[in-house]
Design a protein around this ligand. Sequence first.
Ligand code: GLU
Length: 457
Amino acid sequence: MCGIVGYVGPRDADGVLISGLRKLEYRGYDSAGVATVTDGDIEVRRAVGKLDNLVGVLADQPLAGSTGIGHTRWATHGRPSEQNAHPHRSGDVVVIHNGIIENYVPLRERLLAEGREVLSETDTEVISHLIDMEMNGGGDLLAATRAALAQLEGSFAVVAMSRHEPGRLITAKNATPVVIGVGDGENFVASDIPALLDYTRDMLFLEDGELADVSTAGVEVSTFAGKSVPRSPKRVTWDPVTAQKGGHAHFLIKEIHEQPQALIDTMRGRVAQDTGDVVLPELAALEDHIKRAERVAIVACGTAWHAGLVGKFIFERFARIPAEIDYGSEYRYRDSVLTDKDLMVVISQSGETADTLAALEVAQERGAPVVAICNVIDSSIARKADAVLYTHAGPEISVASTKAFTTQLAALYLLGLFVGRLTGRIDDALEAEAIQALVEIPNLIKRTLACEKDVER
Ligand code: GLU
């Protein structure tokens, strides 16, 4: 859920891309990459970790070209690694993406069956393959992207580039922000305004369901269905610091406002649209154990511990299973009674909370499997747990937690309802009512936040 930057114009693209990505560093990331078109081909450079690692790679292997795309990744599908870092190249096309492609599993299976070589573990790579297949060795990037988008479900800010069309980027948006910076003989794409303020203050904002054809000649906006949308740029007067906060006074307010989207992302694909059931394939390997579990031991620290307090009520109410909640720092030092008939649920935003990790190890020593609720892919706790339910809150900068906490609650509700269904202990009417209430929450939060000014008054 991190940063994207794109450039077309007369400058060397790599410099614009790196400076833009630097301005997005506050969004947090685990890896980064850039790609340019040069001499009719695409070149990609990627590195895990800090942006400086990518800068180091570029110093050794510089990139020419004045059309390019760059990305900082906050992994949602597939661990942080060079291979999973964006941009993803398939054939003639290279793509960067922020968001989650919900239906990537069936798409990936179809691509494999058609003989495509899928190189990463990400949900994103299906997009570059689909566009490349639509391009069919030449083609028109706009038409091909449009045809690929029609097959995608989920949230995305995507930028695509073709080796056949230097000087052109196609960008599309659904439920993840995209802003286009309009310059003189050059144009820019980014996930957030600060990335572009050094170059232009004239910004054009895409709405959900729109894509833009961005070239040195100009920017043309249209709907996914192909209807042209007249849109003029707006002049942004924010200073760079305010821009980082999306115009809000501070990160706390910004993140409060990000809750509806974070909750949608956490629940995305986990409530079946046809049956309304909770589906958690992440827990498949533990299903037999969960059916027999006699108790749930929840362990967490700080904010996550508060989510765990609610979790106890959730497990008791929806799954009729006794639940207890402990602080990680207490749990690891007491001689708890835990056996292979129990299930441990640990909660940690970062997945690095040392006391919680120690409690997880105690549980595993005693034969109790552990489900982790984490926000950071491939973190220590996520790697050690027997199953992980990721919240998709994105990075949280404010120390007072907001979206990290509420997405933990959503994950606990999903888990409690799932366990209730699996054990057959939940009443059908209660289940239907709870799931319906859960999916309405993002919208209710949105409506509540719309009252901000009245509350302030
Ligand atoms: N879902 C994509 C991935 O895991 C994009 C993540 C992002 O938004 O940074 O690679």
